[in-house]
Design a protein around this ligand. Structure first.
Ligand code: ADP
Ligand code: MG
Length: 451
C-alpha cells in the first residue's frame, strides 16, 4: 500500500521535527538543517547533502537516529540514502576574482566546516586507554612542531577523528592566525585525482602545503596506492622541512599498513606514535553521561550503566546505542525507559557485541604464556620472578581489556582476588610507559585477539 498523500517533503518534515526534539539545536543546525529531501523511491527517502564526506559523517554518527526518526511515520517505516552535490558552499571555495584577504584565508582554512563542532578537547572524556593519545595531541596543538609527526593509531570508534578535529577547533579558538587543515585520506585522494583531471594541481598543492598544521585522518588508506603515496610523501616533506606540525591517524601502526612504502613508514615512525583503545567501563559511562547532555530526552543512570556494561567494542557503537534509545523514547513518548526495554531495543547491537567477544580468559592465558615462553601453570602460580610476574600481569590486564568479565571473575580464573587484577590493570600501562619492549609485546598480543 502506498502512502499516496505523503510525499518526501512531508515525511522529512516529520522526521526533522523528531530530530529537533532529540538533539541540541546546534547539532541539528550543523548536520540536518541543510538536508534537502529530493525523492521517494519505494520506501527510501533520497536526501540531498553537500558532499560524500558529509554523507559519511551522517551515516557514521547518526545512522541509528535517522533510522529511528523515520520509523512509524503514519504507520510506515522508511529508510534513507544520500545524494551528494547539494549545498556546495560547505566545501572550501576559492574566492572568485578578488585577491585573498586574511579573513578569506581563515575562512577557507577552518571554521572547520568539515569538523564536527562537539569534537573538542573539552568534550573528550579521558580514561586510562586514551590518556596518552589525548595528552600527546594536546601537546601537539599547544606546541606545534614539538612532536612531529604525531601518529595516533587504534581500532575504529576509539576517538581518533575526535582528537584530530579537536586540534582544528583548538587552533581556531586560540591561534586564529594559524592555518590548519583537516582532511581525510580519502579526501586527499579525491582532491588529488580531481586536480590531475582538472589540471589545477598547483592549487591542490597549495591547499595541503601552504598551511601551518596538517591533520590527515585514516592514513592506512594510503596502502597500495603508489602514486598517491608519492604525492603524500612530497607533501609530508614539504611541511616537515618547515617544521610545520603534521598529525596523522590510522587503524594500524605504520609498519603494519600493507603496501606502504618503506620511506613513508620511516617518516611516520620518526616522530611520536601513540595508541588509543576503547575505554573501560567507568570512562564509557562518563562518555554516555556527557553525550546524553546533547539530547533533550534523558535516560536513567541504570540504563546508561546497562549500555556501558554491554557495549565495549567502540565508542561509536556506544553512541549508536544511546541514540537508538533516545530516539525511541522520544518518538514513542516513553518517559522512563527501563532496562528491559533497553535490552529489547538494543538486541541486534548486543548480539553483535557478543559475536565480536569470543576471546576467553583461557585463550588469553595460553597466548600470553606462549609469547613470553613460559607455561600457563607459571601464570597461575605464585612465582615471583620478573619474567613470570610481568607476563602474569599482562595476561590479567588483557583479560580485563578484551573480555567482558569483571575483576572478581578474572581473579577467580587466576586463583587471585579482584584487587590483584585491579593492580595489574593499573600497573601494566605504567610498565608500558617505561619499557618499550613491554609496549610492543602488549600491542602485538592485543592485535592477536582483534578480529
Ligand atoms: P575513530 O575516528 O577512532 O573511529 P571517532 O573519533 O569517530 O572514532 O569516535 C566515534 C564517536 O565516539 C565520536 O562521536 C566521538 O565523539 C566519540 N568519542 C570517542 N571517544 C570519546 C571520548 N573519549 N570522549 C567523548 N567522546 C568520544
Ligand atoms: Mg575516524
Amino acid at each position: 500500500m502506498q502512502a499516496a498523500n505523503f510525499d518526501v517533503v512531508e515525511i522529512w518534515q516529520v522526521a526533522a521535527a523528531r530530530l529537533q526534539q532529540q538533539i541540541h539545536l546546534t547539532t541539528y543546525e550543523q548536520w540536518f538543517q541543510n538536508i534537502v529531501p529530493l525523492t521517494l523511491n519505494e520506501n527510501t527517502l533520497v536526501l540531498g547533502v553537500s558532499d560524500d564526506f558529509f554523507a559519511d559523517w551522517l551515516k557514521d554518527n547518526f545512522d541509528d537516529l535517522l533510522t529511528a526518526v523515520l520509523t512509524n511515520i503514519e504507520g510506515r517505516d522508511y529508510s534513507y540514502s544520500f545524494k551528494s552535490g547539494y549545498l556546495p558552499e560547505r566545501k572550501p571555495e576559492k574566492p572568485k576574482g578578488k585577491a585573498k584577504s586574511p579573513s578569506a584565508r581563515r575562512a577557507k582554512t577552518v571554521r572547520p566546516g568539515n569538523c564536527l563542532s562537539r569534537h573538542t578537547f573539552d568534550n573528550f572524556v579521558v580514561g586510562e586507554e586514551n590518556r596518552y593519545a589525548y595528552a600527546a595531541t594536546r601537546t601537539a596543538a599547544e606546541n606545534p612542531g614539538l612532536y612531529n609527526p604525531l601518529y595516533i593509531y587504534g581500532g575504529t570508534g576509539t576517538g581518533k577523528t575526535h582528537l584530530l578535529q579537536a586540534v582544528a577547533h583548538h587552533m581556531v579558538e586560540r591561534q586564529p592566525a594559524t592555518c590548519v587543515r583537516y582532511i581525510t585520506c580519502e579526501e586527499f585522494l579525491n582532491n588529488y585525482v580531481d586536480s590531475l583531471r582538472n589540471k589545477n594541481h598547483s592549487e591542490f598543492r597549495s591547499f595541503v602545503r601552504d598551511i601551518d598544521i596538517l591533520l590527515v585522518d585514516d592514513v592506512h588508506m594510503l596502502g597500495n596506492k603508489t602514486q598517491l603515496q608519492e604525492e603524500f610523501f612530497n607533501t609530508f616533506n614539504s611541511l616537515y622541512n618547515q617544521n610545520k606540525q603534521i598529525i596523522l591517524t590510522s587503524d594500524k601502526q605504520p609498519s603494519e599498513i600493507k603496501g606502504l612504502e618503506a620511506r613513508l613508514v620511516s617518516r611516520f615512525e620518526s616522530g611520536v606514535a601513540t595508541e588509543i583503545s576503547i575505554p573501560g567501563f567507568e570512562t564509557r559511562l562518563a562518555i554516555l553521561r556527557m553525550m546524553q547532555e546533547e539530547h533533550l530526552v534523558k535516560l536513567s543512570d541504570e540504563v546508561l550503566q546497562f549500555i556501558a556494561n554491554h557495549i565495549h567494542s567502540s565508542v561509536r557503537r556506544l553512541q549508536g546505542a544511546l541514540f537508538r534509545l533516545v530516539a525511541f523514547a522520544s518518538a514513542m513518548s516513553v518517559a522512563d525507559l527501563d532496562v528491559e526495554q533497553a535490552e529489547r531495543l538494543l538486541r541486534r547491537l548486543l548480539e553483535e557485541e557478543t559475536a565480536s567477544q569470543l576471546v576467553s580468559i583461557e585463550a588469553i592465558q595460553r597466548v600470553v604464556a606462549e609469547h613470553f615462553e613460559i607455561r600457563v601453570n607459571d601464570l597461575l602460580s605464585d612465582k615471583k620472578p620478573k619474567n613470570i610476574a610481568q607476563p602474569r600481569m599482562v595476561a590479567m590486564f588483557l583479560c580485563r581489556k578484551l573480555t567482558g568479565f569483571s575483576y572478581p571473575e578474572i581473579g577467580n580464573a587466576f586463583g587471585r582476588n579482584h584487587a590483584t587484577i585491579m593492580n595489574a590493570w593499573k600497573k601494566v600501562p605504567e610498565l608500558c610507559a617505561k619499557d618499550e619492549n613491554m609496549r610492543r609485546s602488549l600491542s602485538l598480543l592485543e592485535r592477536k585477539f582483534k578480529p
